[in-house]
Design a protein around this ligand. Structure first.
Ligand code: SF4
Length: 431
C-alpha cells in the first residue's frame, strides 16, 4: 500500500506499507505509521473499540454528539482551534461550525500571535516551491534552522538531489546547528540566535555596497564576509528559515529584506519552514489557506463570519483567548501545541472542551468537562486533501478502512445537530 505520511508538513507521498514494514519514511514517520496501523479500529480484537469519551470514560458516539451540542450551544463564547490536524475538507467543516456558533477561529500558528501581524502583510515575501530549490538553487543557506530535526526528509528530498543543470550545489548553515557535516561542499558558520537579525541587516548592507558599522564584532564581521562571498559567486540562492520561534517578527522581517536585496541581482527566494515535527499537525498551510480565503487572514479571527471577520493578531490568537478567559468552550481538531494544552489545563473546570482526534485513548485532562470523539486515523485511514507547507496540494487516500468516521463527517454531523438545537435554518444562499 502506498500512503502519505502526515506526521509532519513535508507530507511525503512515497511511503510504502508492506505488511508490518514501512519503506521510505524517516524514523518519526515510520513510528507514526506503525502506531496508526496498530491502533486502527478495523478489526477490533476482544470487543468494540471506544468511539468517544466523556471526562476519560467511554460512551457512545451519538450520546457524545448530543452532549457536545449542549455544551457548545450553551457556551458564552467558543474557540475553534487545532485545525492543522485536519484535511482541507475537515477544516472547512470546522469553519462552518465556527460560523454557526459565532466562534473565534485560530489554528495556534505563530504569525497570528505576533503583535506586529503576519510578515507577508508587513514586508511581503519572496518564496518558492521546494522543487524550485531542488532544481535551481546552487546555494542553500540554512538560516538559524535545522530541517534535519524539524522536517527529517527535507534535505534528502530537496537538497541532496543534483541540480537540474548538473552544477554543484553548496550549502551553508548559519546558527548553532551544523545541519550537515562541516566539509566541502558544506560550511557551518556558528552564530548565536540573538545575532541573527544583526547578521541579516549587515549582510544586506554589504550586498548593497553600503558602509558596515566599524563597531561590528569580529565573529559577525567574519560571518558576513563569508556569506557575502558565497552569495556573490552563486547563480541562484535559497534561504531556508524557521518561522517557529520569532515572537516579535523582526527576524522574519530582516530575512525578507535580505532575500529581496539578493533577488535584485540574481534568482533568490526564501523557504520558510515552521515547527515541523514539533508542531501540532501537518496541514499548517491548509489551515492558513482556508482561513485566509474565508476570513481574509490566516488566524486570529475574533468572530467567524464569511461576510466580514475581524482579524486581531496577538488579541484573538488561541493562546490569549484561552489564557485571558475570553472563551468558555473550545473545539479542537487533532492535537495542540504544548503551550496551548497547558493553557487549557490551567483554566481547569472553567473551560469545556470538545476534541475530535484519532487518538485510540482519551487524552489526559485533570479538570473540566471534556468530550473526545474518535475519528479515523489521519495517517492511514483518512481521505481528503492537505497542503504541503509550501502550498503544493497533496491528496490523501485511505490505505486502510476504519470503523471510526472521518473527521469531516463528525464535524458535519456536529454542525447539523447544533443548527437543529439552535433552531437555525439550513445553510445555503451565501457566498
Ligand atoms: S519527513 Fe515528515 S512526512 Fe516525511 S516521512 Fe518523515 S515525518 Fe513523515
Amino acid at each position: 500500500m502506498r500512503c502519505v505520511c502526515t506526521a509532519c508538513p513535508l507530507l511525503c507521498d512515497d511511503i510504502l506499507i508492506l505488511g508490518d514494514r514501512v519503506d521510505g519514511a524517516c524514523l518519526s514517520g515510520r513510528e507514526a505509521i506503525l502506531a496508526a496501523l496498530a491502533s486502527n479500529p478495523v478489526r477490533p480484537a476482544g470487543g468494540q473499540s471506544s468511539e468517544a469519551w466523556e471526562n476519560g470514560l467511554p460512551l457512545a458516539r451519538g450520546t457524545a454528539l448530543e452532549r457536545a451540542v449542549g455544551m457548545l450551544s450553551s457556551a458564552r463564547r467558543v474557540l475553534v482551534t487545532g485545525l492543522t490536524g485536519g484535511t482541507l475538507e475537515a477544516i472547512t467543516a470546522a469553519c462552518d461550525l465556527a460560523e454557526l456558533l459565532g466562534a473565534a477561529v485560530d489554528a495556534g500558528l505563530p504569525e497570528s500571535a505576533r503583535a506586529a501581524g503576519p510578515t507577508i502583510a508587513r514586508a511581503g515575501e519572496v518564496t518558492a516551491a521546494w522543487e524550485e530549490l531542488r532544481d535551481r538553487a546552487d546555494l542553500v543557506i540554512f538560516w538559524e534552522c535545522n530541517p534535519a530535526s524539524s522536517h527529517p526528509r527535507f534535505i534528502e528530498r530537496f537538497v541532496d538531489p543534483p541540480l537540474a543543470n548538473g552544477a554543484r550545489r553548496r550549502t551553508v548553515a548559519v546558527g548553532p546547528d551544523s545541519v550537515l557535516p562541516d566539509a566541502a561542499p558544506h560550511r557551518h558558520l556558528a552564530l548565536a540566535p540573538d545575532r541573527a537579525v544583526e547578521a541579516a541587516r549587515c549582510l544586506q548592507l554589504r550586498l548593497t555596497g553600503r558602509h558596515v558599522p566599524d563597531s561590528l564584532d569580529e565573529r559577525l564581521a567574519a560571518v558576513c564576509t563569508e556569506l557575502h562571498e558565497v552569495i556573490h559567486s552563486a547563480g541562484c540562492v535559497a534561504i531556508v528559515t524557521n518561522d517557529g520561534d520569532d515572537p516579535v517578527g523582526l527576524e522574519s522581517w530582516s530575512i525578507v529584506h535580505l532575500v529581496r536585496t539578493i533577488a535584485h541581482e540574481k534568482p533568490a527566494f526564501q523557504i520558510p519552514l515552521g515547527s515541523g515535527l514539533a508542531g501540532s499537525g501537518a496541514n499548517v498551510a491548509g489551515a492558513a489557506t482556508v482561513c485566509t480565503w474565508r476570513y481574509g487572514a490566516a488566524g486570529g479571527i475574533a468572530r467567524a463570519d464569511r461576510m466580514g471577520s475581524r482579524f486581531l493578531p496577538a488579541e484573538s490568537d488561541a493562546w490569549r483567548l484561552i489564557e485571558r478567559s475570553e472563551v468558555d468552550a473550545v473545539v479542537v481538531l487533532g492535537r495542540l501545541s504544548g503551550p496551548l494544552e497547558q493553557a487549557i489545563v490551567a483554566r481547569g473546570d472553567a473551560l469545556s472542551l470538545v476534541r475530535l482526534c484519532d487518538a485510540p485513548e482519551p487524552l489526559p485532562r485533570p479538570l473540566g468537562h471534556t468530550l473526545q470523539l474518535r475519528c479515523a486515523s489521519g495517517t492511514i485511514a483518512t481521505s481528503g486533501t492537505m497542503l504541503r507547507e509550501d502550498g503544493r496540494r497533496v491528496v490523501l487516500a485511505a490505505c486502510q478502512s476504519s470503523t471510526a468516521p472521518q473527521m469531516r463527517e463528525l464535524l458535519v454531523d456536529l454542525t447539523a445537530a447544533v443548527r437543529h438545537a439552535l433552531a437555525m435554518p439550513p445553510a445555503g444562499g451565501r457566498p
